[in-house]
Design a binder for this molecule. Structure first.
Ligand SMILES: Nc1ncnc2c1ncn2[C@@H]1O[C@H](COP(=O)(O)OP(=O)(O)OP(=O)(O)O)[C@@H](O)[C@H]1O
Ligand SMILES: [Mg+2]
Length: 276
């Protein structure tokens, strides 16, 4: 199996044979999250968009932030965090609890934070969208375009290779109309895919348990990782699964993970529940 050299580190790659002739090669980037890269044959697919789905409090924001911080510190890959639901101070202080100094990385021009909650509200007011027809698609589309262009500026400013958008769920509240929401979600995912950066997009899973229906966003992205909290026999277990990763051989098992003061750790070889 071929491997690539970049920044002095070996990056893994994987192959998939389709119709016994077409070979797709996807280079992968280590997330730096212990155990997770093992599940994905080395890491996340380079330059692609992966959807991170999970219930409230499953650790989506922590995992995504850890991917960016490890990228900056251990893999010389700078990052941009686009927040649609919490402000910069809140994010910096929460992530500081894990020893991740995002403010320092920002000063060193290795990281940028986009407060998309404020930006979108401000742009809506500036463009006087509230005066327009509430169903005007033009007005509703504008914030996504602005977001994409601000993202491009920040990517250029820090030379970013990794992007996080947290969380798609916030758009659901901004676009109550299902057709407008769908347009906004597709626009956002397409804009992210066009940037060719290794991207994690988070979204909420409004459901508990092992069985669920796929959400439409899953068909638009390159890969899907699912995080959930399972309850069995009075025990609560955090569990993670790589549901899809095009062009990469993955371990599709549901495996346990923990959150502690160092962040997230995944255990690919550990059983989900202790044998009694
Ligand atoms: N130092 C820590 N040790 C152990 N667990 C922690 C620690 N800090 C946070 N947590 C856990 O992490 C979870 C919150 O993580 P995070 O904010 O990433 O979740 P999320 O999936 O983004 O949630 P939301 O849907 O609310 O945005 C909580 O369940 C909390 O108990
Ligand atoms: Mg969150």
């Amino acid at each position: 199996m071929p491997s690539f050299l970049a920044y002095g580190k070996v990056l893994y790659s994987s192959m998939r044979v389709e119709n016994n002739e077409k070979v797709i090669l996807v280079e992968t980037r280590p997330t730096g999250i212990h155990g997770l890269d093992e599940l994905m044959n080395g890491g996340l697919p380079d330059g692609r968009v992966v959807l991170l789905i999970g219930g409230p409090g499953t650790g989506k924001t922590i995992l995504a932030a850890q991917f960016l911080y490890k990228g900056i510190k251990d893999h010389k890959e700078n990052g941009v965090f686009v927040s649609l639901d919490e402000n910069k101070n809140h994010f910096y202080s929460e992530m500081g609890a894990f020893g991740w100094d995002f403010a320092g990385a920002e000063k060193d021009r290795k990281f940028a934070f986009i407060d998309a909650t404020r930006a979108t509200k401000a742009s809506m007011l500036k463009e006087e969208i509230y005066k327009e027809e509430t169903r005007s698609l033009k007005g509703k589309e504008l914030p996504i375009e602005k977001l994409a262009s601000e993202l491009q500026n920040k990517i250029a400013y820090v030379g970013a290779k990794r992007i996080v958008v947290d969380t798609l769920t916030a758009l659901f509240y901004r676009f109550p109309d299902p057709v407008e929401r769908r347009t906004a979600v597709v626009d956002l995912i397409e804009s992210l895919a066009d940037l060719n950066k290794t991207t994690i997009l988070t979204t909420e899973l409004q459901h508990l348990g092992l069985e669920r229906n796929a959400i439409p966003e899953e068909y638009l992205v390159h890969g899907v990782i699912m995080m959930q909290t399972l309850f069995s026999g009075g025990t609560t277990t955090r569990a993670l699964q790589i549901e899809k990763m095009r062009g990469t051989k993955v371990n599709p098992n549901l495996v346990p993970y923990t959150i502690d003061r160092n962040g997230i750790e995944v255990f690919p070889n550990m059983p989900l529940f202790e044998e009694k």
